[in-house]
Ligand binder design. Structure first.
Ligand SMILES: NC(=O)c1ccc[n+]([C@@H]2O[C@H](COP(=O)([O-])OP(=O)(O)OC[C@H]3O[C@@H](n4cnc5c(N)ncnc54)[C@H](O)[C@@H]3O)[C@@H](O)[C@H]2O)c1
Length: 324
């Protein structure tokens, strides 16, 4: 049985990944400090499987790492402080947690096992802003930070350090690592800050007029099942070792006002769209170039926006009734 370590496995992408790994009969150990991940019924339902173990631990502390066995087949580092609200509120915490987790992993990596490091499209957002990178965007555009002092870039800076630390650390230890840069992953159990659940909950409350920040912007949303499929395929591809690979869904570049209309339609609400300014610093358009991911893994995104948003809306309707 393959042994997998999922660091940050109680979070959004983490728990979906754990479900997938256990369905494929991996033995999975989750480490999480529950700063954002939840000890909820969904985690409990996964833990019913005796092949899943959950360890509560803070990955910024050396002691947490020292207590972990090192003989894993697969190691996934998903733990991080994420979300625009967290990044704006406490950029120092973002730098501290994300960098320390990656640096401890770098020191701890052995030649055994393949490491997956979760990075983000934000690492090249400055290059898109500056007109240096085209959209859809490939991995070989320059990573760029427009303003080191701006809180928003703390996240990108921490993830760039992580990419470099994990790739070089694995190589130095004689092991393998792959970096996946997620692009706008959404789905059930992702918290309430992201645009899909946030708009869904407002639509359920019957907001009218319906405020749509960044209504003229475009994103390519990727359902979490597709993102997990890409991660699993990358970990199974020997050619992906040492590579940085964009993960997302390039099938539908969606205008945010159209996303709002879709959500209102699913909610059965006839509200009027009220465009509002975009959150400061967010790029006008984002879409990954997935040529490299396709070449390495044969991946194709499967979940349409209509299906994925419908399924996500239904999950929030069932789990957040008290918010409506
Ligand atoms: N969701 C997306 O669209 C997206 C986009 C780009 C990158 N990513 C990256 O993917 C990864 C997973 O993102 P997510 O959306 O599932 O976020 P999430 O917040 O749901 O999951 C992160 C998990 O890490 C845990 N964690 C945080 N600090 C920790 C610490 N010090 N010790 C142990 N655990 C800790 C949290 O409790 C949480 O369970 C992150 O690294 C994120 O930067 C996600």
């Amino acid at each position: 049985m393959t042994r997998a370590l999922v660091l940050g496995g109680a979070g959004f992408i983490g728990l979906h990944l754990v479900r997938r790994l256990t369905a494929e009969h991996h033995h999975v150990t989750v480490v999480d400090d529950f700063s954002r991940g939840r000890d909820d019924a969904e985690l409990a339902s996964v833990c019913v499987d005796p092949a899943v173990e959950v360890v509560t631990g803070d990955l910024t502390r050396g002691g947490t790492w020292a207590a972990l066995p090192r003989d894993w087949d697969q190691i996934y580092l998903l733990a991080a402080v994420v979300g625009v609200r967290n990044v704006e509120a406490d950029p120092a915490r973002v730098i501290r947690v994300n960098s320390l987790a990656a640096l401890h992993l770098m020191d701890w990596i052995s030649s055994a096992g393949t490491v997956f490091f979760s990075s983000t499209s934000e690492v090249y957002a400055g290059a898109v802003d500056a007109g240096i990178a085209t959209v859809p965007t490939a991995e070989n555009v320059p990573a760029m930070v427009s303003d080191v002092a701006a809180p928003r870039f703390a996240y990108a800076i921490s993830k760039l350090l992580g990419e470099s630390a994990v790739l070089h650390g694995a190589r130095a230890a004689g092991g393998h690592a792959v970096v996946g840069r997620f692009h706008n992953v959404y789905g059930p159990r992702m918290g309430v800050d992201h645009v899909v659940p946030e708009m869904s909950l407002r639509a359920m409350r019957g907001e009218n007029p319906f405020r749509v920040p960044g209504a003229d912007q475009f994103r390519a949303f990727c359902h979490v099942d597709d993102a997990v499929e890409a991660v699993v395929r990358l970990m199974a591809s020997p050619d992906a070792a040492g590579e940085i690979v964009h993960i997302g869904n390039d099938a539908e570049q969606t205008n945010i006002a159209d996303l709002a209309k879709l959500i209102l339609r699913i909610a059965g609400a006839g509200a009027v769209i009220a465009p509002a300014p975009a959150p400061p610093g967010s790029v006008h358009r984002r879409c990954p170039d997935l040529s490299k991911l396709r070449r390495l893994t044969g991946y194709e995104p499967k979940v349409t926006l209509d299906d994925g948003v419908g399924q996500t809306f239904a999950w929030y309707r069932d789990h957040h009734r008290h918010d409506t």
